[in-house]
Write a protein that binds this ligand. Sequence first.
Ligand SMILES: [Zn+2]
Length: 69
Amino acid sequence: MAPVGKTGGVAKYVGNSNSKKFHRPDCQWAQKIASQNRVEFRSREEAVKAGYVPCTCVIGLPDMLLISI
Ligand SMILES: [Zn+2]
């Protein structure tokens, strides 16, 4: 049995422990997270409960709205 939540296809969202934001794994920002700051979540709810704020890639807002948040 493979361990859950470590690596490989389990994570639905990727958080940055430095900025306290979380992203979809395919987000450009998610791919820039340094490995020591990278936190994986299996659900959006799990990330929010951990105190992380969703990136617009999670919410689905246009980039132009990102600026005012
Ligand atoms: Zn993002």
